[in-house]
Design a protein around this ligand. Structure first.
Ligand code: SF4
Ligand code: SF4
Length: 417
């Protein structure tokens, strides 16, 4: 028995988390410390900006590592907390809640897929759907094009064909979802819901009306009416349940009037065996794998160099002897700044031989933005060295060598007759 009407126990917490997740996804592309996005795929430089790290395409293994770690973490969350992401975090649920609230505020009614009520309110509602759809589509693009550049290109009509096409296709899809699918998307189309049923076990968090409470149930039906997924929790566990807790709040509200506690509650497993039931071989294995991957990922990211240097012989300019007897060998270098600050580099060359070598070309004051990759065409000049002799290019940031790359001197063509 309780005197406290716990009518809004779950609702405010769920809505706060939903909005926090949605705002996080919406605002993350706007967070750009030192002008570098926290999360963005930069297509021109084929790199991924990930929380201060700039991963180029050749470091894709790190991205795959990250994705795998995230996937295992998500599986672990689903195995433990069921479809709690759907009910408490997913932006689709936030949008559904918002549209249902708008429908109520505009005094409209939904019959199947069609709306009834004031035509002007229906037009207004579809206008809001369209605005929300464009916002969602733009939000997706901000993970590829920085928001300031996106708006500048949009306003000046310079958004390229692919970006414009993506904006329209995504906006149209979201509009159809909001206008016609809504909860059907969660119930029938979202693969995560299906997948969750395969993953859940006897200890996964679920909502239930325990058998011991059946006698107290007054069959008022408030729990079923409150359910956005059309579930009657009195019928037992159902795959479409998104663990949102609305039925729990509704039952508490009803029972509070009778000065009794609610009947519905969260429980680890259908048999309410408690948190101890969470210790299962499958969950321990998944926890171990997630932790191991997280540690390996942090180690790999922590040991990345701040820049890379790559070298190849020029395919267009052959090595040659100069008139002063010096050997000139042409190379292409690629310098990549992986740091999150714009950095000035210089390139030097060294060899184990005592005779000095020098490198000429754009090798000083190489100013690279974060993530920028630049090709340098250079020539190494020095006394002729035996064929196959190793030389080494070094990339210097202030006085520190941040990267190096080895190369060999090629055979010189025979002197002209
Ligand atoms: S709201 Fe509670 S009392 Fe009413 S039908 Fe549902 S479980 Fe029973
Ligand atoms: S049964 Fe309860 S927790 Fe599940 S979706 Fe319906 S209201 Fe939410």
């Amino acid at each position: 028995m309780t005197d406290r009407p716990l009518t809004t126990f779950i609702g405010p917490r769920r809505r706060a988390l939903q909005w926090a997740t949605t705002l996080f996804i919406l605002l993350l592309p706007w967070v750009r410390p030192d002008g570098v996005s926290l999360v963005r795929v930069d297509l021109p430089t084929l790199s991924l900006h990930l929380f201060g790290q700039i991963l180029r395409i050749e470091e894709l293994y790190l991205f795959l590592f990250f994705t795998l770690t995230l996937t295992l973490g998500f599986l672990l969350m689903t195995l433990t907390f069921g479809r709690v992401w759907c009910g408490w975090g997913c932006p689709q649920t936030t949008l559904n809640d918002m549209t249902e609230w708008l429908i109520r505020r505009l005094h409209l009614k939904v019959n199947g897929n069609s709306l009834t009520g004031s035509p002007s309110h229906q037009v207004l509602l579809h206008g809001i759907y369209l605005t929300l759809s464009l916002l969602v589509a733009a939000n997706l693009l901000w993970y590829f094009i920085e928001p300031p550049r996106f708006f500048s290109e949009l306003l000046h009509g310079k958004l390229d064909m692919i970006a414009s096409g993506t904006l329209l296709v995504v906006a149209a899809t979201v509009y159809l979802d909001l206008a016609f699918l809504r909860r059907l998307m969660c119930r029938d189309f979202c693969p995560y819901g299906r997948f969750q049923s395969a993953l859940a076990d006897q200890s996964t968090l679920t909502l239930l009306r325990p058998d011991v409470e059946i006698a107290r149930c007054i069959d008022c039906g408030a729990c079923a009416r409150a359910c956005p997924m059309g579930i009657d929790i009195r019928d037992g566990e159902q795959i479409a349940c998104i663990n949102c807790g609305r039925c729990l709040d509704a039952c508490r509200q009803v029972m509070a009037r009778r000065n009794e506690p609610g009947l519905i509650r969260y429980s680890f497993g259908r048999h309410a065996t408690g948190a101890g039931a969470l210790i299962t071989p499958r969950r321990l294995l998944l926890t171990g794998a997630t932790l191991a991957l997280t540690i390996m990922l942090l180690f790999a990211v922590g040991n990345r160099s701040s820049a890379t240097l790559k070298v190849a012989h020029s395919h267009t300019v052959a090595s040659r002897l100069l008139t002063d007897g010096q050997q000139a060998t042409f190379f292409n270098l690629w310098v990549n700044n992986r740091a999150k600050l714009t950095t000035m580099y210089r390139v030097q060359v060294r060899s184990p031989d005592p005779s000095p070598l020098s490198v000429k070309g754009p090798v000083a004051q190489i100013l690279l933005k974060p993530g920028e990759n630049r090709r340098l065409d250079v020539v190494v000049v020095g006394s002729p060295l035996p064929q196959g002799r190793d030389i080494e290019f070094i990339l210097v940031d202030k006085e520190t060598i941040v990267a190096s790359a080895a190369a060999q001197l090629p055979a010189l063509p025979p002197p002209a007759e």
